[in-house]
Ligand binder design. Structure first.
Ligand code: ADP
Ligand code: MG
Length: 456
């Protein structure tokens, strides 16, 4: 029996005991990488999945494998998506991706390589950024910076609505420069991260280190600067950081959901700094751009998705590229479940529930029940206060879905979730939102969960 046959037989047994949804989320993409002595090396696509398999399914997996081959006594779970080789496991550096690897939303491989020094995610590149009339100015300005660092447009201030590509472009600047010059010092941070680090530095009397880490740079990328509104200490520190870098002709790029003049409660001196370089906006993409983005993102699964279906998605979702991807993702999940191409009629049906969702009433109890069954938990676990990771995450997911999908208020959710504090709910929603952005495997899991809660 080769590894694949061994694993398939084991899965056959495991499948008998768990739900289809659980199987699809946790086990479908796992594979046996190697068998050495009494140990099976199991390749797992994400660290979250790894945690779950270890904590919840380890016994089942081990006993299934043991029944097939009594030599097997141990399992090593290894995060990787590379089915070919064990050798690559330790390669954590961003992989230089070829054209075909680069762009798919299913390309999970690149997701776990966020560089710990720069905080850059290698998946955001100029190569996979589709240029349309809505973003050509911002794209050109960003590119110009990579060719003329610190002198041309400094600072560059990019603004635009939610999900329109600001973070993508901001990180693309960093990734391009890093690939040109390994030694260049770059830091990417959201303005909230900047604030958090500042608070920690003050608390731990590490201001010198903090200053150094933000001033000893060739390029500083600050995302979502609008969140500094009303935060005086952050503004003051940012002002000095800015002056320090700018004075040395070091490049700074900001993004925001609105132009500098519309950010409330910021100091005038800071506002004028934001306006002192180049300001470029990103608008809503037109149909052609949306279609091109979908094409780019579906490259690797194009055999499952016809032009008609892509056109339909591009027509239906127009105001947010993240949602456009979300819709495409849903279609891909269905194609995978079905193991074949999705017809236009099916696509319409699949997307109709997203489109009509805002009118649907689903009681919180119902949502909690479905999530509980999906994760094989019980009610007291999800409503309780245990800090175990495997409980905290689903709990946060419930809160996120209640807020973002069903629009319950934070206080209402806090009460429904076992009388918690409403700030806990706010924190949970932020956390899950961030993870959805950073990790497509996780985003796909949330897509499946939405599917589950909306389907009666
Ligand atoms: P924002 O920061 O403006 O809220 P993001 O940069 O996070 O938005 O973009 C949301 C998603 O849409 C990301 O997955 C990003 O890769 C994708 N995206 C946005 N604009 C484009 C584009 N022009 N081409 C390809 N993908 C895009
Ligand atoms: Mg963003």
């Amino acid at each position: 029996m080769n590894f694949q046959e061994l694993w398939e037989s084991a899965l056959g047994e495991i499948k008998l005991n768990i739900s289809k949804a659980n199987y699809l989320t946790w086990l479908k993409d796992a594979f046996i990488m190697d068998l050495k002595g009494d140990t099976v090396f199991l390749g797992i696509p994400s660290s979250f999945t790894k945690e779950w398999l270890e904590n919840k399914y380890h016994k089942q997996i081990l006993s299934a494998l043991y029944n097939l081959n009594p030599e097997i006594k141990k399992i090593e779970y290894i995060v990787t998506t590379d089915k070919n080789s064990l050798k690559k496991i330790n390669i954590t550096k961003a992989k230089q991706s070829s054209r075909s690897q680069k762009s798919s939303i299913l390309d999970e491989q690149l997701e776990f390589n966020i560089d710990s020094e720069t905080n850059l995610n290698p998946k955001y590149t100029f190569e996979n950024f589709i240029i349309g009339t809505n973003n050509e100015l911002a794209n050109a300005a960003a590119l110009a910076i990579t060719e003329n660092l610190g002198s041309k447009y400094n600072p560059l201030f990019i603004y635009g609505g939610v999900g329109l590509g600001k973070t993508h472009l901001l990180q693309a600047i960093g990734n391009r420069l890093k690939s040109k010059n390994k030694k260049i010092k770059i830091k990417y941070a959201s303005s909230e991260k900047f604030t958090d680090e500042l608070i920690n530095a003050i608390r731990n009397q590490k201001m010198t280190e903090f200053k150094k880490s933000f001033r000893n740079l060739d390029l500083l990328l600050i995302d979502d600067i609008q969140f500094i509104a009303g935060k005086d200490k952050t503004q003051e520190e940012l002002f000095h950081t800015f002056n320090n870098l700018h004075g040395k002709n070091k490049q700074i790029v900001f993004t925001s959901d609105r132009p500098p003049k519309s950010i409330p409660s910021i100091e005038e001196r800071l506002r004028s700094r934001f306006e002192g370089g180049m300001i470029a906006d990103i608008g809503y993409p037109d149909f052609e751009t949306r279609f091109a983005i979908l094409e780019e993102k579906s490259q690797e699964v194009r055999h499952l998705i016809s032009d008609d279906v892509l056109r339909y998605i591009a027509e239906t979702v127009s105001r947010n590229i993240r949602e456009l991807e979300g819709a495409l993702n849903r279609i891909i999940v269905h194609a995978r479940l079905k193991n074949g191409a999705i017809t236009l009629e099916e696509a319409k049906k699949i997307l109709s529930s997203i489109l009509n969702r805002s009118n649907q009433y689903i009681p919180p109890k119902e949502v909690i029940k479905k999530i509980i069954s999906f994760y094989d938990l019980n009610e007291s676990e999800i409503l309780g206060h245990s800090r175990k990771k495997e409980l905290v995450k689903p709990r946060q997911i419930v809160m996120y879905l209640l807020r973002n999908e069903l629009k319950y208020s934070y206080t209402n959710i806090a009460e429904k979730m076992g009388n918690r504090d409403h700030t806990t709910v706010i924190h949970a929603c932020k956390k899950i939102t961030k993870e959805i952005e950073d990790n497509p495997v996780f985003a796909q899991e949330i897509t499946i969960l939405k599917e589950i809660i909306y389907n009666k």
